[in-house]
Design a protein around this ligand. Structure first.
Ligand code: TRP
Ligand code: ZN
Length: 894
């Protein structure tokens, strides 16, 4: 990639492909450093292309295929070998000049999987071959029309040494196996479903598998396999259960059945992202498959369940219906994240799931929205598409889908999905077409709603309340404004669904007669729906009037977080404390607590005397929460968790991280001191030990006691270290062991080193457990943290070639340790830029994944800004950069 002259791709430049590939045959002759790939493409001109041939000039035209880092061995056209003069070849394309309008092109390339450290295309992980083709990795395997709107039927044969690679997998159904004479063997696969190249997959290795079956609603028996390295065989059962639950759920909720005879999952240790939905052959980062009580925490288990479901759900939303171009990525990702969120919330506590998802959105997606890379869920331009697998496309994309679900209600939503599938099954389509399908089943005009697809930034809504005792009227004025983002100023107002309710002074829900602008929630039967109405905020400023109220009501806005916005609502301590105990919406009860805590932390930071009063209210609320025996312990744990540093940062125009951190820690310490006895007893109470490991109550109990421990860790060491070490020693599962170790990492005690040594010894080389050992230390609140982290990069178990290991230390520090990363001398920034520079040469996608913390300089203090920009510039000047890192760093410097 020539970084002096990077080419940005524009959404509006989309043109259909001039050529289609109806069928492709791929033959792989696998060798670690020289794999031969022979392809045979059955091509024809696309009749729907703008420059489609008319009868006169249909005879021949140019064909351009993409290919990167593959050595071209030969090209044939309809069986005739082409001379070098008959095609042009450069770093990224192969162009054949005169191609008849329907023909067969055969290509042989040679690739080097062992030299592939970018983990894109065909590479080896722990000795096994695997592929990662999304978004544009297929072109690293062979020359092809590597774009998602070219759908082909694939026939694949794989030839490899049988002793080293007994298992040979690709998409679809296995059609034959033959033993060759030289110790090699060959397997053929046929995938009947036409698919784009990004969904192609191949795996070859010495793998063991667990098997199960699933019978679909229409009676088809599907073979399910999870393939892993043999020593991991005992850690796959939970993933298999999750898979079956997801298959059932998609049938029950969406009427969508699986469509092949077998469904395979492979877990690999070296993987850039979470997992990949290749048709019939999902490939996973092993951290989202392997789980047992001794190695996985409860949240690891939940991650496995969610990602297994996510990839499975892609079979319909992504694979059968795919994206026309990569700007439409949220078509499959936003929708599939929404689907996996709903699945997870149906498996256990819906409230806790919603809280976790909103925490992530506020902490990370809002930051993206306010930074240099802010983009709409459907971006308009990119240099490197890998940079757009973002929280915005995924998580905000899911919120946009969720808003439509809220507008329509569950039944209508299902109709909309039916129409979408009916219209687009087997094709590549757009976000616009998706909204068209939704529009076809509702009277609500979605024209304005569509702006969510093109607007970057987090809308901010300011709330004003007026109660008029003489008319018994209550006026609620909502004003929306979306801050400018790079390339977008003065944005038009959005259609924002606001779910809300009013409470009287006793906390009773006031019955609301839906007036002109408020309407009954479509799902008014549901728990959140009771006494809630839906306001359609469409104007820049709009006043909603509620009649016949005897007293000023308490308002509960944005129930269930009905839109991905920031609310500016001046509420008193009293009101927030009142909502914490009385709101009928469980999400908003939690959120009122978060708002009160935010007030308290910011007032503490500003040395505002108001802090005292907020502290009293929050302290009393915590008292009630801790002693309430009826509440779900997991929800209690969420209520006792303070908003994160990133979330608080989003509330500020300018942030001094050291000041904010001190205020945050001080509040944690004061609250912890106030409730020390109660928190301690949450720790020592008999654990719900007899419950099955993944029982919701058991998990909630662990979450609550570990939250208590993390609060206590803000007190002086002598108050809690012994307790934590005892908990570590008696822990019967990874959740408690990890939480105790993570707490001890904050201390300066001898126990810290004892526990770290013990943890690493017990890990016995289990990679995912060793990752935790690095992550816990990366997040420690210690004055020596930058040196600690640098020291850890020299540890014999640190390995920059493994993405999980790298991220557990480097991203763990840069993203989850604000006081450390923002160290006043800039050494945190320097550490990160050193890592990015070194890594970019091996794995650009992974390197680019680390850049974002360096882009957020605009809100920092002047000194910090300078230090940060200096590091960005240093990356820029460090030599030729990948397109990935170049795009992020250059946009961050602007
Ligand atoms: N489509 C994958 C998912 O959402 C994401 C993914 C996996 C990916 N590996 C990738 C995206 C590599 C880009 C590059 O589940
Ligand atoms: Zn996905």
């Amino acid at each position: 990639m020539d970084t002096q002259n990077p080419i940005a791709v524009q959404r509006l430049d989309y043109q259909p492909s001039s050529w289609l590939i109806d069928h492709v045959r791929l033959d792989f002759d696998l060798h670690p450093s020289a794999t031969l790939v022979s392809s045979e493409l059955t091509l024809r001109r696309n009749p729907d292309a703008p420059n489609a041939p008319d009868a006169a000039d249909a005879s021949s035209a140019e064909l351009t295929l993409q290919g990167v880092d593959c050595e071209l061995r030969s090209v044939q056209l309809d069986g005739r070998k082409l001379d070098e003069s008959e095609y042009r070849l450069d770093e990224r394309e192969l162009t054949i000049e005169q191609v008849p309008s329907s023909c067969v092109v055969s290509i042989v390339t040679c690739i080097d999987p062992d030299a592939n450290t970018a983990l894109e295309g065909l590479y080896r992980s722990s000795g096994n071959f695997c592929t990662q083709c999304e978004a544009e990795g297929f072109r690293k395997i062979t020359y092809y029309l590597d774009r998602p709107d070219v759908l082909s039927v694939f026939d694949v044969s794989i030839t490899a040494d049988e002793a080293s690679y007994p298992v040979l997998l690709s998409n679809g159904n296995r059609v034959s196996h033959e033993r060759l004479d030289n110790g090699r063997h060959r397997v053929r696969w046929h995938d009947p479903h036409p698919k784009p190249s990004y969904l192609f997959a191949l795996v070859a290795g010495d793998l063991a598998c667990i098997e199960d079956h699933f019978t679909t609603a229409s009676g088809r028996r599907v073979l399910l396999q999870i393939h892993v390295e043999r020593h991991n065989l005992a850690r796959c059962d939970f993933a298999m259960e999750s898979l079956k639950a997801a298959m059932r759920w998609d049938e029950e909720v969406y009427g969508l059945e699986y469509d092949l005879d077998c469904f395979m999952i492979v877990a690999v240790d070296d993987f850039n992202m979470g997992a990949m939905e290749n048709k019939g052959l999902n490939i996973f980062n092993s951290r989202y498959i392997l789980a047992d009580p001794q190695s996985a925490t409860d949240s690891d288990y939940m991650g496995v369940e969610a990602v297994v479901a996510h990839e499975y759900f892609h079979n319909w939303t992504g694979n059968r219906i795919t994206c026309r171009d990569w700007f439409q990525l949220s078509l499959k990702e936003g929708l599939t994240v929404f689907r996996d969120q709903c699945f997870s919330s149906d498996q256990r506590s819906a409230t806790v799931k919603r809280i976790e998802d909103v925490r992530l959105l506020r902490a990370r997606q809002f930051a993206e929205d306010s930074g240099p890379m802010a983009h709409p869920i459907r971006p308009d331009s990119y240099i490197e598409i890998n940079n757009f697998y973002t929280l915005t496309v995924y998580e905000k994309g899911a919120e946009v889908i969720r808003m439509m679900h809220t507008l329509l209600g569950a039944d209508r939503w299902r109709q909309a999905m039916d129409v979408y599938v009916e219209r687009h099954d087997g094709s590549a389509t757009t976000c616009d077409a998706f909204v068209d399908a939704v529009q076809s089943v509702t009277d609500i005009d979605l024209t304005q709603f569509r702006r969510w697809y093109s607007t970057a930034g987090t809308p901010e809504i300011t709330v004003r309340e007026d109660y008029d005792a003489s008319t018994r009227r209550y006026h609620l004025t909502l004003s929306q404004h979306c801050p400018d983002t790079p390339g977008q100023q003065d944005k038009a107002p959005l259609h924002v669904p606001i779910v809300m309710g009013l409470l009287d002074g006793e906390g009773r829900a006031l019955p609301l007669t839906p007036g002109q602008q408020a309407e009954q929630l479509p799902d008014s039967g549901s728990a959140t729906g009771q006494h809630s109405v839906l306001l359609h905020l469409r104007e820049a400023s709009q006043t909603f009037t509620f009649e016949d109220l005897a007293e000023p009501p308490h308002v509960s806005l944005l129930r269930g977080f009905s839109a991905p916005v920031k609310l500016h609502h001046e509420s008193s301590n009293e009101t927030l404390a009142f909502l914490m105990s009385h709101d009928s919406d469980s999400f908003n009860r939690w959120d009122a607590g978060q708002r009160l805590a935010t007030r308290l932390i910011l007032a503490t930071m500003n040395e505002d005397p108001e802090a005292e009063a907020s502290l009293d209210f929050l302290g009393q609320a915590w008292e009630r929460i801790i002693t309430d025996e009826t509440q779900d312990p997991a929800v209690k744990a969420e209520a006792l968790s303070l908003p994160s540093m990133d979330t608080l940062e989003g509330e500020l125009q300018r942030v001094d991280h050291q000041l904010l951190f001190r205020a945050h820690s001080k509040v944690a310490a004061v609250l912890s001191e106030r409730h020390a006895d109660a928190l301690e007893s949450l720790l020592t109470e008999k654990q719900s030990g007899d419950l099955p490991l993944l029982d919701a109550l058991a998990m909630g109990g662990r979450k609550l006691s570990n939250t208590a421990l993390s609060l206590l860790s803000y007190l002086p060491d002598e108050r809690w270290v012994a307790l934590a070490e005892a908990r570590y020693e008696h822990a019967g599962n990874m959740t408690d062991r990890m939480a105790a170790m993570a707490a001890l990492c904050h201390s300066n005690s001898d126990a810290r080193q004892r526990v770290l040594d013990d943890f690493l010894a017990r890990a016995a080389g289990h990679r995912l457990v060793v990752d935790k050992w690095f992550a816990a230390q990366a997040m420690a609140r210690r004055s020596t943290i930058v040196d600690d982290v640098i020291q850890l990069t020299r540890h014999s178990d640190f390995d920059t070639s493994n993405p999980n290991r790298l991220r557990s230390l480097v991203a763990g520090f840069a993203m989850n340790n604000p006081p450390g990363f923002h160290a006043a001398d800039g050494r945190g920034y320097r550490f990160l830029s050193d890592q990015v520079i070194a890594l970019d040469k091996r794995n650009p996608q992974l390197a680019a994944g680390l850049v974002s913390p360096l882009g957020r300089w605009k809100r920092l203090t002047t000194d910090a800004q300078q230090l940060m920009r200096h590091e960005l510039q240093r990356i820029m000047d460090s030599g030729p950069l990948s397109a990935d890192v170049y795009e992020l760093v250059s946009k961050s410097l602007r």
